[in-house]
Design a protein around this ligand. Sequence first.
Ligand code: SAH
Length: 341
Amino acid sequence: MDFKDLTRKERSEALEALGERPFREKQIFKWICAGAESFAEMTDLPAALREKLAERCSFRRGKVEFCQTSKDGTSKFLISFPDGEKAETVFMSYEYGNSLCVSTQVGCNMGCVFCASGIGGKVRDLKAWEILEQYLLCAEYTGKPINHIVLMGMGEPMDNYEQVSEFLRQIHDPAGIGLSYRNITVSSCGLIPKLEQFEKDFPQVNLAISLHASDQETREKLMPAAKVYKLDELIPFCRKHAEVTGRRVTFEYALIAGRNDTDADAKKLAVLLRGLNCHVNLIPLNTVTESGLKSSGRPRALDFQKKLLDQGIQCTVRRQLGADIDAACGQLRKNHPNRPC
Ligand code: SAH
């Protein structure tokens, strides 16, 4: 068993079972967040405890297998975990700071037709420490501060809620990284029951919803999960969420030629979101060859944006950071055919 596979509560229990006091867990947690490679390094633990732990369990780290940097300065990391599974993480630089986009699963079960992450389904959930590890390795590798984390990489965070919520608590804990919840954004395709739980547990964490259509029929065709979690429940949830938390909800809307990008679609979207405290992020579709879908293109995106703005809906067209290295939204995968590693 690897010590880090446990949640912090389980670690405390394991230490207690060894006759240790609870504060030992916090000491070890600090070492994990400082990037320790082994128990042996944890010099503020008694030597006997370090030895006991090393005898009973492993303490392993992930590894940066490969890093690719885009013309725009975005870097994509391929990170491997001790069982050999891999996930991608993207580091982005903005004027106001650096953002890291982390994966929550290897693969994804949601099956959105435009997204590369779901090709081949889900392989496994990532453990909380493996999500944290993406942060630690990228911070070490780039040597730059990370001000914002978005859970928008591979995987559906609400389909791995237990580990994702453990990760959120860990990255927030002042004993380790101490990142403010307000600097974290979780994106979901709309698994409503888990989102209800998320709202209770993390009212300060920002929520982004992958919307991509303004009517049920179109949304179902693009996103199979929408058949279960319907728009006429999702939008009322978002209205309530914005009110309960006092925080603006972000909606992601990828513009796909001929599918969801007409003036009529913009009008419907404006009606759907009227009065909701939200921001729409328009993303000209990033290329995923297998999907056969085409982007509406930037000029159409700007027109679509204008239509929404005219109707009083706040919205921006997202820059396509990292598209030249397949690091843009929806382009992350568990394996790339021609990768040099
Ligand atoms: N599963 C979560 C987290 C992934 S976030 C979710 O669905 O929200 C990644 C974002 O990129 C989502 O909004 C997703 O719908 C979007 N996306 C996926 N494929 C895309 C593509 N080819 N072009 C643009 N955006 C895409």
